[in-house]
Design a binder for this molecule. Structure first.
Ligand code: DC
Length: 229
C-alpha cells in the first residue's frame, strides 16, 4: 500500500518589491494592500525623508548649509519600530508626528532630499530593513519611494513605476485635505543630480490616472502571485 506523503513545501525565498513614483501616484495605497496580501513589511521611504526634514528644520539647519547638515546628520540615530506591517523610523528613539505631512515639511522636503549626504545617511538604513523584515518573519518587503528600483534595490524581484496626470494627482491630495505643491516637488525630485525620480530601465510602468486602486493592485498582485504562488 502506498503511503500518502505531504508534497514538499514551495521554497520560501524572501521577495523584494520596489514601487517608485511621484507624489499621489498611488504608491502608498497599493503598497499597503500588497503588504497585507502577501505578508510583506511595508516601507514608506518618503516618511523617512519627511522625518529628517522635520528634524533639520527643528534644529534650524538650512538646506543650503552643508557643513551644518553634515554636523546634524552625525547626531541622528535611526532605529525602527513596527506599526502593524509598516516600518516606522525613529530618530533618537522618537517616532515622527503628524507635522511631517504638514505644509512646512511639504515645502522643504524636496530640497533636503536632493542633498547627497542626506540620501547617503539613509541608504544603509533602508537596505537594513530587509533584516528587520526577516527577523519578524515577513515573506518579503515592499518599499515605496523615488529611487528604490534604481538605487536602493536595483535587483528587486519586482520594480514598479506608478505615474498619473498632474491634475489628477493634485485632486487626490486636495481630497485628502492636503496643501501640497506636487508639481514643484516633482520638478525638484526629477531634476536633482542625486538619485532623481525616474522610471528605472526594466521597471513595470503603470499609469494610474484613470485606473481604480483595485486594478492597480490587481496588476501588480497577479505578477507577484505568478512568482511566489
Ligand atoms: O513620498 P512622499 O511624497 O511622502 O516623499 C516626500 C519627498 O521625499 C519627495 O518629494 C521626495 C523625497 N523622497 C526621495 O527623494 N526619495 C525617496 N526614496 C522617497 C522620497
Amino acid at each position: 500500500m502506498l503511503a500518502l506523503i505531504d508534497p514538499p513545501m514551495a521554497p520560501t525565498s524572501f521577495i523584494i518589491i520596489a514601487i517608485d513614483g511621484g507624489a499621489a501616484s498611488g504608491k502608498s495605497s497599493s503598497s499597503k494592500i500588497l503588504a497585507d496580501r502577501f505578508n510583506l513589511l511595508h516601507v514608506d521611504t518618503g516618511s523617512f525623508y519627511r522625518h529628517i526634514t522635520y528634524e533639520l528644520l527643528r534644529m534650524g539647519v538650512a538646506h543650503t548649509d552643508l557643513p551644518a547638515i553634515n554636523a546634524a546628520l552625525a547626531t541622528l540615530v535611526f532605529t525602527t519600530r513596527l506599526n502593524g506591517r509598516s516600518a516606522q523610523m525613529l530618530i533618537g528613539g522618537k517616532p515622527a508626528g503628524s507635522e511631517i505631512r504638514g505644509q512646512n515639511v511639504n515645502e522643504h522636503v524636496s530640497h533636503y532630499a536632493a542633498i547627497p549626504e542626506v540620501r547617503h545617511a539613509l541608504l544603509g538604513y533602508q537596505r537594513g530593513l530587509v533584516d528587520v523584515a526577516k527577523a519578524h518573519a515577513f515573506r518579503g518587503l515592499v518599499m515605496e519611494g523615488r529611487d528604490i528600483g534604481s538605487v536602493i534595490f536595483p535587483d528587486a524581484d519586482f520594480r514598479f513605476f506608478l505615474h498619473a496626470d498632474p491634475a489628477e494627482r493634485a485632486k487626490r491630495r486636495a481630497n485628502e485635505g492636503q496643501t501640497d505643491s506636487i508639481a514643484e516637488r516633482d520638478r525638484i525630485d526629477s531634476s536633482r543630480k542625486a538619485s532623481p525620480l525616474t522610471c528605472p530601465t526594466g521597471a513595470i510602468s503603470i499609469d494610474t490616472t484613470s485606473l481604480p486602486l483595485a486594478q492597480v493592485v490587481e496588476q501588480a498582485a497577479t505578477l507577484i502571485a505568478g512568482k511566489i504562488g
